[in-house]
Design a protein around this ligand. Structure first.
Ligand SMILES: NC(=O)c1ccc[n+]([C@@H]2O[C@H](COP(=O)([O-])OP(=O)(O)OC[C@H]3O[C@@H](n4cnc5c(N)ncnc54)[C@H](OP(=O)(O)O)[C@@H]3O)[C@@H](O)[C@H]2O)c1
Length: 290
């Protein structure tokens, strides 16, 4: 960063008086951390999910910018494509059978062309994931807050239209941010609208899923598998039943976690904008919550 933005003086927290700082680079800081930074002009969030940051009522009233980059979108695309294919072809079940040394013929698998997948969230990360699935041949629907048009994808918005696509959704992928509207959205009512035996993949935020309802839906067979990269409490506590459930796959919030150096250009660009008094890219809308 010192090379990309030589005019910027970079300091660690506590090195200089907070009132001298104009831009704060943060990654889900503890509540109240920014209270003393009275002369801030921008907060740059290394975390793409800003729900924790926005929950801090002492957060200075300055623009909050999300530092998402192309590499994150690439990683999310790979994660979603891999896990949708894994469920689509029954590989999760085969991994389980191997543990028991069982060689079982499985019923013939249709190709992606007859598999229906719905992606919740069509933002920086959700859209590339949905497009990758469509390019693999899946029948893709996608849900966003505002209407969108994307070639090869059935785009819907609003809760009524979401309810209309759920009965046709065999694999549901959530790339939603956590907001007052999305908290607990993936719960009993939504699971009950999916066809029996559907699977879910959550790469958005853990709080979007009601985990007790999820376990019940898995145990009664309404859902056949859940792949969770994000969970309500992270790290997932050692005694949590999700760890050992035979039809749950846990990955440790790693779907789209690129090396820190890939953020340097976006940080430098944002800091330049502070000095030129320009509008920021990817500024968070605090009222919307993402
Ligand atoms: N697992 C990981 O490694 C990882 C990494 C990075 C981020 N994430 C999570 O992924 C989330 C999404 O990231 P992003 O960069 O794609 O966010 P984004 O660009 O802000 O996109 C959010 C998408 O969600 C839609 N949305 C929000 N509220 C909605 C609602 N009430 N109903 C329907 N759609 C709604 C938005 O609709 P509009 O298009 O209409 O605005 C938008 O399409 C982040 O918030 C973060 O929590 C996870």
């Amino acid at each position: 960063l010192a090379v990309a933005a030589p005019e910027v003086r970079i300091v660690q927290e506590g090195e200089v008086p907070p009132a001298t700082i104009e831009a704060a680079l943060v990654d889900e800081p503890p509540i109240g951390s920014l209270l003393e930074y009275r002369n801030l002009r921008v907060v740059l969030s290394l975390s793409a999910g800003v729900d924790t940051l926005l929950a801090d009522t002492t957060l200075p009233n300055v623009p909050v910018v999300r530092l998402v980059n192309a590499e994150m979108a690439n990683l999310m695309r790979e994660y979603v494509a891999y896990h949708v294919l894994r469920l689509h072809r029954g590989f999760a079940e085969m991994e389980r059978l191997q543990q028991e040394r069982r060689w079982e013929w499985m019923s013939p698998s249709p190709s992606a062309r007859s598999r229906r997948v719905t992606v919740l969230g069509l933002g920086h990360l959700g859209r590339p994931a949905a497009e990758a699935l469509a390019s693999l041949g899946f029948q893709v629907s996608a849900w966003s807050r505002t209407p969108k048009t994307i070639t090869g994808i059935r785009c819907v918005s609003g809760i009524t239209d979401l309810h209309a696509v759920l009965p046709d959704t065999e694999i549901l992928v959530s790339v939603l941010p956590l907001t007052s509207e999305t908290r607990g959205l993936l719960a009993e009512d939504l699971f009950g609208r999916l066809p029996k035996g559907a699977s879910i993949i959550n790469v958005g935020r853990g709080g979007c899923v009601d985990e007790s309802d999820l376990l019940r839906a898995l145990d009664c067979g309404q859902l056949s598998h859940a792949t969770l990269d994000v969970v309500a409490v992270e790290p997932l506590p050692e005694n949590d039943p999700l760890w050992t459930h035979p039809r749950v796959t846990i990955t440790p919030h790693t779907a789209a976690y690129p090396p820190p150096e890939t953020f340097v250009a976006a940080i430098a660009r944002t800091l330049e904008r502070v000095h030129r008094d320009e509008r920021f890219d990817r500024e968070v809308d605090r009222a919307r919550g993402y």
